[in-house]
Ligand binder design. Structure first.
Ligand code: DC
Length: 225
């Protein structure tokens, strides 16, 4: 029987890191759904597809093929066979991804893909609308949060570690606040805590502490199942 864990929350709340660690500990497959919206943003920027051009967007969705593979548990995204890593985290992509992710046709296609990928598996999906929209019947739902300042701080350090340092802390903070606003106020699948999600504020918790809490919650639920 499959077991689905949904981890939602705003940009920089630690979803990515935590999801990977929990997946490792429990041997679950993990999906970073934001990467899919990032890949589409990259493609639209590269091909100068306007966000209002519904016809071109529909055509694009027929042309693109997104595949997720795993190398040492690390999710690698291929867009029409092109491996995308750093391309997904640029300032340009950061600036448009929230807008792109709220285009109805794009979201419907990505939600369908996410449901297909998770079929009959033990999975953890991290995103914004997993518990509310993609898998409303997920076995465990977590809403992971942290202050905007702490989240910007984490993203800044993460970019430095990954040699992606084209944004200052202030720019990142501004982008995080902008995306929070966009993500929470969208008409299409806005970012919000599902009624039955467990709220975790990670501002003053270590990664290890958050990971342990989530592992504990999942183990308990699995025993009940
Ligand atoms: O998690 P992230 O920062 O990589 O996500 C990039 C953007 O994609 C973010 O601004 C919100 C959007 N997103 C979404 O709307 N739904 C998801 N399931 C995942 C991400």
């Amino acid at each position: 029987m499959s077991f689905i864990v949904a981890i939602d929350g705003p940009a920089g709340s630690g979803k990515g890191t935590i999801t990977k660690l929990v997946g490792e500990e429990l041997d679950f497959i993990t999906f970073d759904t934001g990467a899919m919206y990032r890949a589409i943003s990259y493609y639209m920027l590269k091909n100068s597809i306007s966000f209002n051009d519904k016809e071109k967007i529909k055509k694009m969705l027929k042309e693109i093929d997104i595949k997720l593979e795993f190398e040492n548990r690390e999710q690698i995204l291929y867009l029409n066979s092109q491996k995308l890593v750093k391309e997904l985290r640029t300032k340009e992509v950061n600036e448009v991804v929230s807008q792109v992710s709220h285009i109805l046709e794009i979201r419907l296609a990505m939600v369908e893909l996410q449901r297909k990928l998770a079929k009959r598996k033990n999975v953890i999906l991290e995103g914004r609308d997993i518990g509310t929209n993609v898998f409303p019947n997920a076995d465990v739902k977590i809403y992971l949060d942290a202050s905007a300042e702490e989240r910007a701080n984490r993203r800044f350090k993460q970019n430095l570690d990954n040699n992606i340092n084209n944004s200052s802390y202030e720019e990142i903070l501004e982008n995080i606040k902008f995306r929070d606003y966009n993500d929470k106020n969208s008409d299409i699948a806005p970012l919000k805590q599902a009624e039955d999600a467990i709220y975790l504020d990670s501002t003053n918790l270590s990664i290890e502490q958050v990971k342990d809490k989530i592992v504990e919650i999942i183990k308990q639920k699995r025993n009940e199942k």
